[in-house]
Design a protein around this ligand. Structure first.
Ligand SMILES: *Cc1c(COP(=O)(O)O)cnc(C)c1O
Length: 388
């Protein structure tokens, strides 16, 4: 019997080994399932991972970023500078604390906020810069922290996608101001849902704990008080134990992601050459193997050289059994943001990249054959739609 349909390759998929499944079972049988000893162990292990800095975990990356803003005292009347090319959570948390996001255009090569354009966006109301490390590629950390120092701003790093990324040999999160990670299922290290914040001092860590649980403070055995408005954003032991197991597997995952990314560069380039598409301005990611954690492999389609749009390319890839994603359209194009007066035309590079960026599948469980299949299918589609 012939089997003509190859298995569908999603754009990402988490990996859980038997040890992880067993560890979850152990927590479920233990009688204590919410925040407890496993959370404490996960936070201690993360703190060690981040060179001894303070670490607190939260229910998700969105809550982590919101609490980072609250810890920094950012609220009504404040401005926070960020990028329009991110998951909408980045801007939503700024709005949710009552502050105003100020969008600065991106660098077309790194697709991260263009730090050269930040200074002109700073006003007396600016309180913080919130960069995003898209696909795990960090920004220039010297430039970022020099800007912050010069203008007396806090930095809240949206490092949701950058767990395991480095800057000049130092782990992202092991230095800097407030650094926020997400452990959502698509991220390089997952707790299914979750997040963590790396902080510089015990007072801010204590404050983060308060915001995480109803604003509660404890005094003695039977005393309690509430002095700030907190939420219910704690991470459970079930999630924490998954994170502890994932940390053990992270080095192997990272090696595999980098190897797959290298293959993408090689195979896409050779497919383009053999299809006679050397002049196609398909933009590949920055080829950075010392700093990026290869959270995603994203290309920017040369739409002006194609007779079709991105949606058509995605549909045809899907017909070949290949899943893709859009990370991300410019946040300023969403109705909520348009209604507040934001315009995608104010950040034209973000507008263009947001319309033409495409995420190809990349996750540790992929095979070498998968990369070959994706690259040849993808280049075949580009060839078919190329303008003459
Ligand atoms: C995933 C992600 C978030 C939000 O994390 P959640 O855990 O899904 O709340 C924020 N910013 C970026 C850039 C992300 O990729």
């Amino acid at each position: 019997m012939s089997n003509s349909t190859p298995p569908f390759i999603p754009f990402t998929r988490p990996s859980f080994n038997q040890e992880t499944i067993d560890a979850v079972g152990e927590v479920l049988r233990s009688g204590w399932v919410t925040s407890g000893p496993k959370l404490a162990e996960f936070e201690a292990t993360l703190s060690e991972y981040f060179s001894g800095r303070h670490v607190r975990c939260f229910a998700n990356g969105t809550a982590t970023m919101k609490i980072a803003l609250q810890v920094a005292g950012i609220g009504e009347g404040d401005e926070v500078i960020t990028t329009p090319i991110s998951w909408v959570a980045t801007a939503n948390v700024i709005l949710s604390v009552g502050a105003k996001p100020i969008f600065v255009d991106i660098d077309p090569i790194t697709r991260n906020i263009d730090l050269n354009k930040v200074a002109v966006a700073i006003t007396p109301k600016t309180r913080a810069i919130m960069p995003v490390y898209l696909a795990g590629l960090p920004v220039d950390m010297n430039q970022l922290y020099n800007l912050a120092k010069q203008h007396k701003l806090r930095v809240i790093e949206d490092a949701a996608q950058a767990f395991g990324s480095q800057w000049k040999g130092k782990k992202i999160g092991s230095f800097g101001d407030l650094v926020s990670f997400s452990f959502q299922a698509n991220k390089n290290l997952t707790t299914v849902e979750g997040g963590c914040l790396v902080l510089n001092n015990a007072d801010e860590a204590k404050l983060a704990e308060k915001f995480r649980l109803q604003g509660l403070t404890r005094q003695g055995m039977d005393g309690m008080d509430v002095d700030v408005l907190g939420g219910k954003d704690n991470l459970t032991d079930v999630n924490a134990v998954i994170g502890l197991q994932q940390l053990k597997q992270l080095p192997a995952y990272q090696t595999r992601r980098a190897a797959l990314a290298r293959q993408y560069f090689d195979v896409i380039r050779s497919e383009l050459a053999s299809a006679g598409l050397e002049n196609l301005k398909l933009q590949l990611p920055v080829e950075n193997f010392s700093e990026s954690n290869w959270h995603m492999f994203q290309v920017v389609l040369p739409l002006d050289q194609l007779k079709c749009d991105r949606a058509q390319v995605m549909t045809e890839l899907k017909d070949l059994g290949i899943g893709t994603g859009v990370h991300y359209p410019a946040i300023t194009g969403f109705t909520l943001y348009k209604e507040q007066g934001y315009k995608t035309s104010d950040t034209p590079i973000a507008e263009r990249i947001g319309r033409s960026i495409l995420t190809l599948p990349l996750f540790p469980g992929m095979t070498d054959e998968d990369i070959g299949r994706i690259a040849s299918g993808f280049v075949g589609i580009l060839k078919k739609h190329r303008k003459n």
